[in-house]
Design a protein around this ligand. Sequence first.
Ligand code: GDP
Length: 666
Amino acid sequence: MLDFFTIFSKGGLVLWCFQGVRGPAATAPVNALIRSVLLQERGGNNSFTHEALTLKYKLDNQFELVFVVGFQKILTLTYVDKLIDDVHKEFRDKYRNEFQQKGALGLLNGTFDFKDDFMRLLRDAEESSKVRAPTVMKTFEQSLKSQKTVKCMIETRGEKPKEKVKNKKNKGSKKDGTEAVAAPSKASVGDKQLSAAGEKEELTKDEILQKNREEFFRRHMKAGEKSRSPKPDAQKEKGKKPRVWDLGNSNAKVLDYSNSATNGSAETCPVEEFDPDMALGDKNREPGRLYDLEYESDDEAEEEKVVQNPSKPSVKKGGLGGMFGMLKGLVGSKSLTRGDMDPVLEKMKDHLIAKNVAAEIAVQLCESVAKKLEGKVMGTFTTVTSTVKQALQEALVQILQPQRRVDVLRDVMDAQRHRRPYVITFCGVNGVGKSTNLAKISFWLIENGFSVLIAACDTFRAGAVEQLRTHTRRLNALHPPESHGGRTMVQLYEKGYGKDAAGIAMEAISYGMCGAGGGGCCPGHCRPLRCLPAAPARNQGFDVVLVDTAGRMQDNAPLMTALAKLIAVNAPDLVLFVGEALVGNEAVDQLVKFNKALADHSMAQTPRLIDGIVLTKFDTIDDKVGAAISMTYITSKPIVFVGTGQTYCDLRSLNAKAVVAALMKA
Ligand code: GDP
């Protein structure tokens, strides 16, 4: 039933391997496991799926070994966990001396004759899964019902809610304990009441209940009165009056752009007069440079203090200082056990969750760190504090540096060489900052000498087109054609509202290809066909087309289908998911569902998924940077840009170390 079982060293030496009769070779799936899980620090749940296989693995950190078993994922093999544990134990016990005495050389020259032992363990494990005690039905006497008296089944008004609470508390955990189990819950209820109000100590249960109920009614009566309190006369007036802004225009006709004369065209927005300093922010920056995220960690300062005063115990409580402090005692040649680490891991998990890492991911991360350290023998001069901290930091940095890096400038130049525009599509829910960050990216591209065509494909949200028009005007004001040899550096392609977004994107891309307007050069749309030889001189086209899409909720199937269509039809070079750093679990949910929806709603055999992330509003979260970890952990997609404010210069590239420093800060 097993496809393979392999034991290899962390250095990559295969020590022993069992190959099932018809199973596929272990090489490809094990390589995938190493690449995607072990090297990427995603070892939280001991299980990995590769094509049709499920791989389960176990690490031995003392001897630096990895045990991997592979089997078809449609099978439910209940004995696999036991088998892997048994094999691990047997193998290390059998070859303990070799590992301890000869070290790495022992692994190289060692002969590991383990087949008979393995077959025995496999047989035992298979047998143990078959032999399961038949489930015997409980007799009535053994059941909870039999222990109830008729009296306790009679419900009195006051007792009803209490019984319910008690039952709820005991539910699921205990089948046999009645008195013994009920007692602590009673005590805990009592404790709470005592701590809540000392004077209630002498009251009987019924009196406490009565008092609580009276209090409850009193509070609710008050709330009711409040909510029913008469409103001031001014608010009573029915109907809403349109608000007139001081600097705005109250005339609705003026604001109605739905019949705009510019519909259906690429608009060269007139140069706007505005305060460029406000739009630019930092004046001392180097134009066109995408700065790394910065974060000043006081971690190093803290460590320095520790070195200076080694005898003084840290007075800091809670946070990571406290957490790592707990491990300081464990120094020397002791190998770390799960028991040593559990309290620390618990704190570590809470710390990560407090920093906005999604709860499930925090758990998996801690598991991964625990697995990496369990059994590890500490060097004499290394404290467990630093080892655990380092393991967590390494894991976090690894997660933030996914395998695939996106280098937009290099890719744009590559597209330029092929005489076609580089196309980026932005997607995400409403209000996360798609348009704003699209404008920042436009600005950065323009500063790097690339011309940009913005495709207004949010044909749904009122004001979306005008928002892009304003950005286009401002970007043109900052980079007028005069300073670029007469070349218009940014242009808006829009068709107003209510039209098919996929079609507009396609026309914009065609327009960007040749600058001929309305997809003029290549009827039938040249982009998917890449009719490169026919493309006219590049100075008429655009280097980059940025496609803004309407915000949509990840659960809205029709809108997600439309997005999948837009992406499938236009085959952009880069699909960026825009997500806010403000949210923790929600961002993960959005990202996962967007990716899934693109896969589900795409007609193509190999659907086009999200390539990278734009993490916005990073300036609003202080050191609660967990969303960055959650998003990359769950999808392995790189964070390509980070939005750090509302000016055009507030665009950064992700600096994994800075994010990790913020995350580790106590
Ligand atoms: P869209 O609906 O996704 O296109 O979102 P918008 O681009 O309209 O942005 C919504 C709001 O978020 C606007 O008020 C933006 O100014 C603001 N915003 C966007 N990015 C950032 C950012 O990085 N930092 C801050 N503080 N605000 C941002």
